[in-house]
Structures are given as C-alpha cells and as structure tokens.
Design a protein around this ligand. Structure first.
Ligand code: SF4
Length: 305
C-alpha cells in the first residue's frame, strides 16, 4: 500500500528530486475549496483534532470492507441471501447479511449502527438483482491504486505526476462493465454533492485506467450516503473526466509556480471552517508563519498606510 509514495511528495517544491503527488482529496480541496488550504494542510504540522465524524467515517469504512471480505468466504450464505431476497423474504436476507457485519463498538457505536443498518438494507435491495454471489460481491474492495501520468502544463511542458487513491468498492454490471461505488458518511446536499461526487469519480476512473490494475472499463459511477438514506448510480461521463484532467493541470501549474491563492473576499466564510488560519497569508501578520510555529523569530508584514 502506497509503495510508490517514496517517489513523490505532497509538499513538492522546485528543488525537490521527487514527483508531485496528487490524491482525490488534494485535487478536491484545491479545486473546490481553497488552494492555499490544500498547500497549508500538507506543509504545516498541526496536531490532528479528533472529530466525531472522522472517527465514525473511518469505523464504518473499515467494517464495510470487512463485511464484504467475510461474505467472499461464505458462498452458501450468499446463495441463501440471494434466494431469500428474490423470494421477498427481506427479513431473512437482512439477517443473513447482518451476521457477517462486524459489530459496531466504541464511543460512537450507536450512530455507526444506524449507518451500517442502512447499508445492509441497501445491499438487500441489490441482492434482488443478483443471480450469483459474484453479481453481488465487489471485484475491488478498498482498492489501493497508484499511477504515474504525464501532465502537459502550459509554459512548463510535460511533468510526470504520481496519482494515488483508494476506491471504496468496484462492482460489475451484467455486461462486465465496472461500477465504481463510494461510501460517504457525511451529509448529502442535492445541489452541491452530485457535482462534487462526479468530480471524485472522474478522478478514480482516470486513476484506475492509468494504474497497472486491469479490471475492465468503467461504465457507471455510484455513491451511497447512509446518513441521508440516499444513493445514486449514473453513467460515467467522459466530459467530466476531461474537466477533471484540466483541474490536474492547474494544480500542477500551482506547484511549479508555488502559487496557491487564498480565497476571494466573498468566500471568506470558508476561513471560519479552516484549521490553518494562523498560517494563512490572508490572515497572519507574519511573513513566516510556518517558521514562527516552529519557534523562529517573526518577520512582520509591512503595513501600507
Ligand atoms: S484561512 Fe481561508 S484563505 Fe486561508 S487557507 Fe484557510 S480557507 Fe484558505
């Protein structure tokens, strides 16, 4: 996992002998939130804050992965579950799946249980469309991927970049086409979430295509939001992948020019959600906030009268 990380870095500067590393998250933060925040999140060393939604997200992801691993090893159970779902006995199908789901434990177990239950009900709905266990089980389960791509950056030329990421789940449709499926434990906003998800899935499609893993062609993008009891399956769209690649070009250009703009004045609401305000050139009084955080003498910004 992450074997190629030694060849690349998120904190790339022009004197680095490594490649620029890009993930779905860095591209998303850079393109859809604040490019300076993306940079600061990589170069500033802050103590990670324990946030309940992050713990819940990790736990639910880990148990979902284990759930499918458990089912892969139990073909008779899968066959019974499919038969029960097709017979309309959802209670039995639910029970058969639930027994293979690792029990939620820890501080947020109650909340996690609710999300897990929705996921199992959603999988019972999927069972009804399956004939064999292979129709139901993922062909990729938390698939960890790397790819080296060449990015043509205006005014700079070709740059080799390391893309990496983990695809939650990959299923196959009845023609062998791939369905990439993400699990999200956060909120679902009907206006903002679908475009964001399309961008993420475009990144994963490109990553999978450029990696050395050959599973087939991606035909569908899907996501499940158990907190919102919402899921979607949409056709993969080439134009979204093209748009995503243009964002990669802009991100690489920012690295090459070490130019990570702060948000505009009309987007300052984002700063109130930012963990890096004390390092941010938009707000800090120092020229060297990161060095100051490590004990250096401050260099004060000049104030224009
Ligand atoms: S404080 Fe605002 S401008 Fe600065 S990094 Fe954070 S979100 Fe971006």
């Amino acid at each position: 996992m992450g074997e190629m990380n030694k060849l690349s870095t998120y904190t790339w500067t022009p004197d680095s002998d490594k490649m620029i590393r890009i993930s779905k998250s860095t591209l998303d933060t850079y393109s859809n939130w604040c490019s300076q925040q993306m940079w600061l999140s990589k170069v500033c060393h802050t103590e990670p804050l324990e946030r309940d939604y992050l713990v819940i997200g990790d736990n639910v992801h880990n148990r979902q992965e284990e759930f499918y691993e458990n089912l892969v090893c139990d073909t008779p159970r899968m066959e019974q579950a499919i038969a029960a779902a097709k017979d309309g006995d959802e209670k039995k199908a639910y029970s058969l799946l639930k027994q293979m789901y690792p029990e939620a434990e820890g501080e947020y177990a109650d909340k996690e249980e609710v999300l897990q239950d929705w996921m199992i009900h959603n999988d019972v709905a999927r069972l009804k469309h399956c004939n064999e266990p292979e129709d139901f089980l993922p062909t990729g389960n938390e698939l960890d991927l790397d790819a080296i791509v060449e990015v043509d950056v205006p005014e700079h030329g070709i740059v080799k970049v390391h893309l990496r990421g983990i695809i939650d789940r990959i299923f196959k449709d009845d023609t062998g086409g791939l369905i990439l499926m993400e699990l999200k434990t956060g909120k679902f906003n009907p206006k903002y979430t679908p475009p964001k998800m399309r961008g993420e899935m475009a990144y994963y499609t490109y990553l999978l295509d450029e990696s050395d893993v050959n599973l087939g062609d991606v035909k569908w993008w899907a996501w499940r939001f158990p907190n919102a009891e919402h899921w979607d399956v949409i056709p993969a769209a080439k134009r979204t992948i093209t748009a995503m690649k243009k964002r990669i070009v802009r991100l690489v250009k920012s690295y090459l020019e070490q130019d990570f703009p702060v948000v505009n004045d009309n987007q300052e609401y984002k700063c109130s959600h930012c963990d890096f305000m004390q390092f941010c050139p938009k707000w800090t009084p120092y020229e060297n906030p990161i060095e100051v955080s490590h004990g250096a003498e401050p260099i004060w910004k000049e104030v224009n009268e």
